[in-house]
Design a binder for this molecule. Structure first.
Ligand code: NAP
Length: 327
């Protein structure tokens, strides 16, 4: 098994997930850029040295977990597949390729079977966490439309996002000047309604991923989605406020019941006791949490809900390792 991008926020979490879930790894190869060669990371009581990613890195590798950005996946993913590895890719490079399955193991595990190009894509993190909450409701009521706003942590931008928030908090509290580098505006003590770049229709790429990827994963080509993605000064775990409209009448008790026995999602919903999920509740955890479930006051057959999940883990590394487990 190999991890490409092993020194990154997601790559490091992949290594942890493999160890914590006791995944049957024979040899683990850690790959990154030339900058990281020689860095060492622990795995099952041993230290593994990082090697430079090349087109020859994949001889003898059964499964290659890619998490080094879209351009690296496009360049090296096909080499890994040609060498006989199944590629599980965490970038957006292959997600909308008709011959590349897009998989959330709790929702569409069957799609992972026999990937035609030897590549399986991990969906966008906000999409995974949102669909973890929506798939059980879709089964109960028939999902037709989603209106959502996300509250996305800075670790969604990798190690550099965490650094930017830390540095700005320090500079502001010390009264020192600073220049935003990673985000278009100050992120400390602020929120920014831009995640990824804007497209021609006024939505960002991140917002459109929820539409395109949601349709593909749920097998609902007519699903309507309108989304506003917002970066917030939270270190880890994304939250999403969702209004979901269904084809059949909804009922709050039936919605809560729809989550019973569903793996990977738990209901935390007792507002009278101030019980609702917050990002710190899911940080470092596998399960997504859903709460604030209520009937929408504007639309027919619609529910409002609030879902939170660790986007480095269920939104990326854990989901990829779960796909590997399916294989
Ligand atoms: P990151 O912390 O910035 O890590 C990037 C990784 O890519 C590092 O290991 C880096 O190695 C490696 N890399 C960069 N250039 C390389 C090159 N030329 N050759 C080989 N390796 C190279 O980023 P991240 O947050 O982990 O994100 C990685 C991918 O996962 C991205 O596609 C991102 O969109 C996706 N993703 C991230 C999240 C999240 O919450 N962070 C969630 C879902 C999906 P060096 O250390 O050697 O530079």
């Amino acid at each position: 098994m190999a991890i490409v991008g092993a020194t990154g926020a997601v790559g490091e979490e992949m290594r942890l997930c493999l160890e914590q879930r006791n995944f049957p790894v024979g040899k683990l190869t850690l790959l990154a850029s030339a900058r990281s060669v020689g860095k060492r990371f622990p795995f099952r009581g041993e230290e593994i040295a990082v090697e430079e990613l090349t087109h020859d890195s994949f001889a003898g590798v059964d499964i290659a977990l890619f998490s080094a950005g879209g351009s690296i996946s496009l360049e090296f993913g096909p080499s890994a597949a040609a060498a006989g590895a199944v590629v599980i890719d965490n970038s957006s490079a292959f997600r909308m390729d008709a011959d590349v399955p897009l998989v959330v193991p709790e929702i569409n595990p069957q799609a992972a079977k026999n990937p035609p190009r030897g590549i399986i894509a991990n969906p966008n993190c906000t999409t995974i966490i949102s669909l973890m909450a929506l798939a059980p409701l879709h089964a109960a009521f028939g999902l037709e439309a989603i209106i959502a706003s996300s509250y996305q942590a800075v670790s969604g931008s990798g190690a550099q996002g965490i650094r930017e928030l830390e540095e700005q908090v320090k500079a502001i509290t010390a009264g020192l000047p600073f220049t935003p580098k990673v985000y278009p505006r100050q992120i400390a003590f602020n929120v920014i309604p831009q995640v990824d770049v804007f497209t021609d229709n006024g939505y960002t790429k991140e917002e459109m991923k929820m539409l395109y990827e949601g349709r593909k994963i749920l097998g609902l080509p007519g699903l309507k989605v309108s989304c506003t993605c917002v970066r917030v000064p939270v270190y880890r775990s994304h939250s999403i406020a969702i209004t979901a409209q269904f084809s059949r009448p909804v009922d709050v008790a039936a919605a809560r019941a729809a989550y019973a026995d569903q793996p990977g999602i738990q209901v935390v919903d007792d507002p009278a006791e101030r019980l609702f999920p917050v990002p710190l509740d899911t940080t470092g955890k596998d399960a997504c949490l859903v709460g604030r479930i209520r009937r929408n006051l504007v639309l027919d057959n619609a529910l409002d809900l609030w879902v939170v999940g660790d986007q480095v883990r269920k939104g990326a590394a854990l989901n990829a390792v779960q796909i590997a487990e399916l294989l």
